[in-house]
Design a protein around this ligand. Structure first.
Ligand code: PMP
Length: 383
């Protein structure tokens, strides 16, 4: 049986070119990037080169890159750091209803602790935030607005420029989680007017456990540290640097910046073929999210009358995912799909296919065959 991996939005395979860039750091080199001797300076130089690549990937300044242990930590730093450093009079936060848990739960936790008031910005049936929805809720008491660039479950893109404008008018920081976007489509924080951007290594064919928060000078000055210690990373994220991981993130960012447009064109054709063939082979197939404004690698598909967990189990060894989550022992439907107005039933019948750099045409053939057979089997079992 041939294994097929269509879960790039969960974690993408490491590009061999990234491994090649990391190998010398892992095998031969020694030194703390903060040390002043030549060993340390060599490590610091490698980190600084990575800083340039990460900044270039999102249109930021190398000096604005704060390396973290992934996008979860970057999102925590943006939200908690802004609340910690908030000036009096700004104690409200706006967060979209379809954020990753590392934004959504962090915002809810801050609100539960009484540190901030939280307003959740709803999305359209197509799954995106309209700038007008932000405008309705924003005011001079808003500290930060957090809306992701592209949704991990549906791939739907948000209008970051329009949201940035509303945030700027109110004097609020605009944080944009570009974890799924940055490696796939051009993203220029300066041109868009975004203040803080989160990225993650393992979503762009780099290593896991490393990421960055990239900020403008003005935005970083409005954050407090979340992890305290020796004052690394502009005092915002203490801890000896993960040099190999950072070098890997830098290499992945460099490769993605150069290849994301052509790669997305190729992957988009495969994704569209996957959807078209599933629609041709099966009745009751619906796409979730506005297909006209979506990442080219992602499809969230509802198979009517077929429980997605059962479909997924029947598709092994083809890897896909469902957005449902286990919380406190009971399975809950995807919050993203429910926020878009899907019924719980429709959400429980939705499967995410996410493709990427190493997805081949044959993988799509295998996935279509496997998904169609799985859906038919599940429907027959429950009919
Ligand atoms: N934000 C988004 C949109 C994501 O998809 C993910 C990963 N699923 C994260 C943040 C968290 O990234 P990491 O795994 O690097 O902590």
């Amino acid at each position: 049986m041939t294994e097929v991996y269509l879960d790039y939005n969960a974690s993408a395979p490491l590009d061999p070119r990234v491994l090649e860039a990391m190998a010398p750091v892992l095998s031969g080199e020694v030194g703390n990037a903060s040390s002043v001797h030549r060993f340390g300076r060599r490590q610091a130089a490698a980190v600084d080169e990575a800083r340039e690549h990460v900044a270039a990937l999102v249109g930021g300044r190398p000096g604005g890159v704060v390396f973290t242990a992934g996008a979860t930590e970057a999102n925590n730093l943006a939200l908690r750091g802004a609340v910690e450093a908030a000036s009096e009079g700004r104690q409200r936060m706006l967060v979209s209803a379809v954020e990753h848990a590392s934004v959504g739960s962090t915002a809810r936790w801050l609100a539960d602790c009484g540190l901030v008031k939280l307003d959740v910005v709803g999305v359209t049936a197509g799954g995106f935030v309209e700038p007008g929805a932000v405008e309705e809720l924003i005011g001079p008491d808003v500290l930060l607005v957090s809306v992701m660039a592209a949704n991990s479950e549906t791939g739907v893109l948000n209008p970051a420029d329009g949201i940035a404008e509303r945030a700027r008018e109110a004097g609020a920081l605009f944080h944009c989680d570009a974890t799924q976007m940055a490696g796939r489509l051009p993203f220029d924080m300066e041109a868009l007017g975004v203040d803080l951007v989160s990225v993650s290594g393992h979503k762009i064919c780099g290593p896991g456990g490393v990421g960055a928060l990239v900020g403008t000078r003005h935005a970083l000055a409005r954050l407090a540290a979340v992890i305290h210690g020796g004052g690394h990373e502009r005092g915002l994220r203490s801890g000896s640097l993960n040099v190999a991981g950072i070098v890997g993130l830098g290499a992945a960012a460099r490769i993605a910046a150069g290849e994301r447009v052509s790669e997305s064109a190729r992957v988009g054709v495969l994704r569209d073929r996957l959807v078209a063939e599933l629609e041709a082979q099966l009745p009751g197939v619906q796409q979730n999210g506005d297909p006209s404004r979506r990442l080219p690698n992602t499809a969230s598909i509802r198979f009517e009358d077929a429980d997605a967990e059962a479909v997924m189990a029947n598709m092994d060894p083809v890897a896909v995912s469902t957005g449902s989550a286990c919380s406190a022992g009971s399975i809950e439907p995807s919050e993203v799909l429910v926020a878009m107005g899907l019924s719980r039933e429709a959400a429980f019948e939705s499967v995410r296919f996410s493709l990427g750099r190493f997805t081949a045409a044959e993988d799509i053939d295998i996935a279509v065959e496997s998904a169609a057979a799985a859906v038919e089997r599940v429907r027959a079992m429950t009919a």
